[in-house]
Write a protein that binds this ligand. Structure first.
Ligand code: GLA
Length: 326
């Protein structure tokens, strides 16, 4: 690529059909990419920095120095800064860049706007290295961006968002086994439509997320890996709170499996029922819903062509995902 050539990278968000709060214990998830995107447009420069202008959040300069990149304290810029710093850490010669960032994804809306921003940054950074030998496969790219997010935000997020965005295809759901990282594409039949609706801005998501991850680690100390646990193992947990958290994770893994089969067999009522059950489990056992999200789900379920609905993503607000008869 010539130095003055314009580069445009467009990366979609994701909506998770079923399988929430299972990825960080090696469980199953089933997201799909959405038709909203984060786009980075710009040109490489010979300056030792990235200059990014956001349509909505102002501008920022990120130095191409691992430690200084990470010292950025502008919230939205910590994502690209985290990615750049991870790329420099693994020895990639990232060049200077001057560009703009725009997104049609709701920020903090549960559609992974941050992961889309990270992957877009990583693709620009890789294109900047001029090296034909930058070999990062989908999983390595996703893991690099996951590390960037962990470092940039301090939130110990799992791999779902980044891996589903790099390996997703429109019209297909992406089943990911988060212990082996096996990815299986599951077709979404024409008879149904997957929709999402933004309900409320997320609140408290970061601290509560970290607490759930810690609770799962405590559960695994008692009963071993959650992705291999059975409902019988769950009943052995003495603490009522931890028993409820474990019950969500174990039953949710079962629902992801059952949902993928129901969708493939065109048993859409069953698929919808599993999604709604997943919402109730997140709300009652995992406590990551809110009264506003619960009310939105219940009201959607009253619509005649809605097969199922649930909160999607990290929770405490954001979007609801809906399975509708087409
Ligand atoms: C956030 C995290 C993901 C996943 C979901 C909940 O989106 O980034 O890794 O844990 O929450 O399923």
């Amino acid at each position: 690529m010539r130095a003055d050539e314009q580069i445009v990278v467009r990366v979609p968000g994701r909506v998770n059909l079923i399988g929430d709060h299972t990825d960080y214990t090696g469980g199953l998830v089933l997201p799909t990419v959405v038709d909203s995107y984060t786009t980075i447009t710009g040109r490489f420069t010979d300056r030792n920095e990235w200059h990014l202008v956001s349509e909505t959040h102002g501008e920022v300069t990120i130095p191409l120095d691992q430690a200084r990149a990470l010292a950025i304290d502008v919230d939205w810029a910590r994502y690209p800064a985290g990615v750049i710093s991870e790329m420099l850490r693994i020895g990639l010669a990232v060049r200077g860049f001057d560009g703009t960032v725009a997104t049609s994804l709701p920020i903090g809306g549960g559609l992974s706007s941050s992961a889309a921003f990270e992957i877009a940054t990583a693709r620009v950074a890789i294109a900047s290295t001029r090296a034909a030998d930058v070999v990062l496969d989908d999983l390595e790219l996703a893991q690099l961006c996951q590390r960037a997010e962990n470092v940039a935000t301090g939130v110990p997020c799992g791999i779902m968002d980044q891996l589903s965005i790099v390996s997703g295809q429109r019209g297909w759901a992406t089943m990911i086994d988060c212990s082996t990282f096996d990815v299986t594409l599951v077709p979404i039949p024409d008879e149904v439509r997957v929709e999402h609706r933004f309900i409320a801005q997320r609140a408290l998501a970061e601290s509560e997320y970290g607490e759930r991850v810690a609770q799962c680690r405590a559960i695994e100390e008692m009963i071993g890996p959650l992705h291999q646990a059975t409902e019988h193992d769950v009943e052995r947990i003495e603490s009522e709170l931890l028993r409820r958290r474990a019950r969500h994770v174990v039953t949710e893994n079962g629902r992801v499996r059952a949902f993928a089969v129901a969708l493939s067999d065109h048993r859409f009522d069953e698929a919808g029922r599993l999604m709604t059950e997943s919402h109730h489990s997140l709300s009652r056992d995992y406590a990551t819903s809110t009264p506003v999200m619960d009310a939105a789900v219940e009201s959607l379920l009253c619509e005649p062509d809605v097969l199922g609905a649930r909160m999607t993503g990290g929770g405490f607000g954001g979007c609801v995902v809906i399975l509708r008869r087409a």
